[in-house]
Design a protein around this ligand. Structure first.
Ligand code: G6P
Length: 633
């Protein structure tokens, strides 16, 4: 069983600082009255590394007011090694960890990008960079990188050369940029000035004692700050060592809420003795699911409760929109929303939805699911729906994130910060929330009588214990990973109903983490194509709880066996009793009600991918080419 005391403490600590906004590329800037801030910049970059880890860099002002820079391809550790040999110090500095969009992950493309006058760190994409570059080249600028970001630093240099003061120059530069950005500028000869700006990508101000900072999220600014303020879109901010002045797009001073940041912000961020964050986060799942469900329980009544600003249960149609793993959670959610609440649901991948001119039902609602609350496509889809008059519901793990802020109904998972790039606890927290929502809406629609509502609530309450039981099968799952999955070149995952979504998610996790080619399929679709892939070298993993779909899934299993495929059965004892004949592998999970089976099977699927990746020796927490959250299209 998981260590509930430790997890409770960690979860409580982290719940206090849940303004966590995971994002692609991490940026940080610190300005202090006296201290050398480079060690703090490095500490902040380590906390931000899960967002991007292609390359990293720092720029600081030396005692002569000159910009000094150190950059390195690869992870923060490579930068730290360089820093030992080529020390950099200064009371004002900026840092960046990169997820490459324009230009390969080389030192020349690493941030900060700089001229002698200014250095910048950037998260986002400047969409009109080609036009700006042409214009700047015509003015005599010589570009040194392939990045879109370099136009920002050169525009700023140009404005300063033309005699604009730093504030006017900032405004001039921002007015020229199209696309998304969070930026921090460090200016030569300006030892008491850092300038930040955001449009699309998040940026927070941290208020400390004798120091101020800017960072991509609360985790980065937390160790130095006791208060935090999130900039709004098109805000920019001028920071000194003692304060911050926020301005809006027009340059007018703007007041933004400043919230207390608990000192616990910096605790429990390590791996707590686990080898990987993913391993730790897999084990935190029962806690994350319990905490999420707990926030919907009315005290003393054992019933699910939810205050809604409008009657969501009466919506004529619900569009469910998300990306990646959150989309697969949405697929399970749609199943229960249709089954239990009989609400007509559409499900879309956000990047497709926003461009395919969806026909929205007048008076309908749209539900946006996102761990980070910042995924660019999901946010754009939300804005599209809002502009069309839809009621907006968000389901995020990051309070304060853009998707949450822009929604009318704000549903929150309580998974706490998730550092492994592969979603684990945030996914199962989404599953329990969506299932609970379906029960709540079904009851409000009069489809679930009170006795059934209590029964379903009890079933949901049992989920954390069942998940912990699945976690306890760790050694068996490890053996399956070692003997069957890790040696494979291709793997198929099959399931029906909610287990189809789990098959998709299981395959996604395997390919993300181990780089083994994997496909998830609806088991019934097997004979329409993927069966051609089946031979004795291909493990075919059946996710088959003993539910209403089981007899059909069992038939598909026989079809694979008849063709010599390596059948791996993940099910329960009831199902196993009905499967005759040899299996290449078997994992028996606790028998569950179909309502909570996805939560239990998700645990097994993630552990299988995790152990396979460990056997393959890949980078489990930071798989190549991936980012935790994608703020570009
Ligand atoms: C990235 C991550 C995935 C995540 C997806 C959606 O691709 O690597 O793990 O599922 O973005 O992110 P969101 O934060 O919107 O859930």
């Amino acid at each position: 069983m998981y260590n509930s005391i430790n997890l409770t403490l960690a979860a409580k600590a982290l719940t206090l600082i849940q303004k966590v906004i995971p994002i692609m590329c991490g940026i940080i800037g610190i300005i202090s009255q006296k201290d050398n801030v480079v060690p703090q910049i490095m500490a902040g970059l380590r906390l931000l590394e899960y967002r991007g880890y292609d390359s990293a860099g720092i720029a600081a002002l030396d005692s002569q007011g000159q910009i000094q820079r150190l950059r390195s391809a690869g992870k923060i550790a490579a930068l730290a090694t360089r820093l030992q040999k080529e020390p950099l110090t200064g009371p004002i500095a900026i840092g960046h960890t990169r997820w490459a969009t324009h230009g390969a992950a080389t030192e020349a493309n690493a941030h900060p990008l700089a001229t002698p006058k200014v250095a910048v760190v950037h998260n986002g994409i400047v969409e009109n960079f080609q036009d700006l570059k042409t214009e700047l080249i015509a003015l005599g600028h010589r570009f040194e990188s392939q990045t879109d970001t370099e136009v920002i630093v050169r525009l700023m240099s140009q404005s300063l050369s033309e005699g604009l003061d730093p504030l006017a120059a900032t405004q001039a530069v921002l007015s020229r940029l199209e696309g998304a950005f969070a930026l921090v500028f460090l200016l030569a000869d300006q030892p008491n000035l850092l300038i930040g700006a955001r449009r699309g990508s998040p940026l927070a101000i941290g208020y400390g004692d004798g120091a101020m900072c800017l960072g991509s999220d609360a985790l980065a600014v937390g160790p130095l700050s006791n208060r935090i303020c999130y900039l709004e879109d098109d805000d920019w901010v001028v920071l000194t060592a003692t304060g911050a002045t926020v301005r809006d797009r027009s340059g007018q001073e703007a007041q933004r809420p400043v919230a207390a940041l608990d000192p616990l912000a910096s605790v429990a961020l390590g791996k707590s003795g686990y080898r990987h964050y993913m391993q730790k986060e897999i084990r935190e799942q029962p806690q994350a699911v319990g905490d999420t469900l707990g926030s919907f329980l009315s005290p003393g009544e054992g019933r699910l409760a939810l205050d809604l600003p409008f009657p969501l249960h009466e919506t004529p149609r619900l569009n469910v929109v998300a990306c990646g793993t959150s989309y697969y959670a949405g697929q399970v959610g749609r199943h229960w929303l249709e089954t239990l609440a009989q609400i007509p649901c559409d499900l879309d991948v956000a990047s497709e939805f926003r461009y395919r001119k969806p026909v929205l039902t007048p008076g309908g609602a749209s539900l946006f699911i996102s761990q980070s609350g910042e995924t660019a496509d999901t946010l754009a889809a939300l804005r599209h729906c809002r502009a069309q008059g839809q009621r907006i519901v968000s389901l995020v793990n990051a309070p304060g994130s853009s998707i949450e802020r822009e929604a009318e109904v704000k549903l929150l998972t309580k998974a706490g910060p998730e550092f492994g790039v592969a979603s684990t606890k945030s996914f199962t927290a989404q599953l329990i929330l969506l299932t609970a929502l379906a029960v709540i809406l079904g009851a409000r629609r009069g489809l679930i009588p009170p006795t059934d509502e209590s029964r379903l609530t009890r079933l949901l309450l049992e989920a954390p214990a069942l998940m912990a039981e699945a976690i306890s099968r760790d050694e068996e799952i490890k053996a399956l990973a070692k003997n069957l999955v890790a040696p494979a070149r291709d793997v198929l995952y099959l399931g029906r109903g909610p287990s189809y979504a789990l098959a998709l998610e299981g395959a996604l996790k395997l390919k993300e983490l181990s780089y083994i080619h994997a496909e998830g399929y609806a088991a019934g679709e097997l004979k329409h194509g993927p069966i051609a892939l089946v031979d004795e070298s291909v493990p075919v993993i059946f996710l088959a709880p003993h539910d209403e779909y089981f007899p059909k899934t069992a038939s598909n299993l026989e079809e694979v066996r008849a063709r010599g495929g390596q059948v791996v059965f993940i099910g329960d004892a009831h199902g196993a009793a009905k499967i005759k004949g040899p299996l290449a592998g078997q994992l028996l999970l606790p028998p569950t009600d179909p309502l909570v089976a996805p939560l239990v099977y998700a645990v097994a699927a993630k552990l299988l991918a995790y152990h396979t990746a460990v056997f393959k020796g890949t980078d489990v927490d930071q798989p190549r080419n991936l980012a935790k959250s994608v703020t570009v299209e």
